[in-house]
Design a protein around this ligand. Structure first.
Ligand code: ZN
Length: 205
């Protein structure tokens, strides 16, 4: 299995270099991605592939069910590096329909450590129980919850001291919430974008 993977890599690298001579030499010296993607670890939602972007074009952080924990040093370190070192100005929190992590959060079954990780989604499900009950199937309730998890993720990223500092310093970085459909391969904008105004708005209140 591993040999197959390495052979595929050799074929890919050779083909890429044939199509664009000097491609790897150029990428090796610098990365200047335009996007920072925070998404689910699900193997069916690879950031580069679904967004049609090449290596070097998107900086990526992924975890189970794209949960934003305000104390997650891994996510915070990647966010800080993206905003302050790479100067990325478009951040995307991307969830997906049919998310196994969101499903696990709605089940009354023990999942070990994942139950701790998924707690923010359980909390969202409780907070929006009335809205979710209006959905006509368990699948559409989970998909609605996946959308709510993205909107909440955007809000939580916006509240980090990293983003507040960037906006206070006049950096025009924005955070968008998208959701990906496994069944049709399409990304949808959840219209919950926040930008520099978010800091001013919060400060004015
Ligand atoms: Zn998922």
């Amino acid at each position: 299995m591993l040999n197959d993977l390495i052979e595929r890599n050799v074929r890919w690298a050779e083909q890429r270099n044939r199509e664009e001579p000097g491609y790897f030499a150029r990428l090796a010296t610098q990365q200047s991605p335009e996007f920072f993607w925070i998404g689910c670890s699900d193997s069916r939602v690879p950031a580069n592939v679904v967004a049609g972007l090449d290596p070097g074009e998107v900086f990526v952080h992924r975890n189970v069910a794209n949960v934003i924990h305000s104390t997650d040093m891994n996510m915070l370190s990647a966010l800080e590096f993206a905003v302050e070192a790479l100067k990325i100005r478009e951040i995307i929190v991307c969830g997906h329909y049919g998310c196994g992590g969101v499903k696990a959060a709605t089940e009354d079954l023990p999942h070990g450590l994942a139950d701790h990780w998924l707690e923010p989604i359980r909390r969202l499900a409780r907070a929006y129980a009335v809205d979710l009950s209006r959905e006509d199937s368990a699948e559409s309730r989970r998909d609605k919850l996946a959308e709510l998890n993205v909107v909440e993720g955007v809000r939580r990223v916006a509240e980090t001291p990293i983003m507040q500092r960037a906006w206070r310093n006049g950096v025009s970085v924005r955070i968008h919430g998208l959701i990906y459909g496994l069944k049709d391969g399409r990304l949808r904008d959840l219209d919950c974008t926040v930008g520099p105004g978010h800091f001013q708005m919060e400060a004015a209140q």
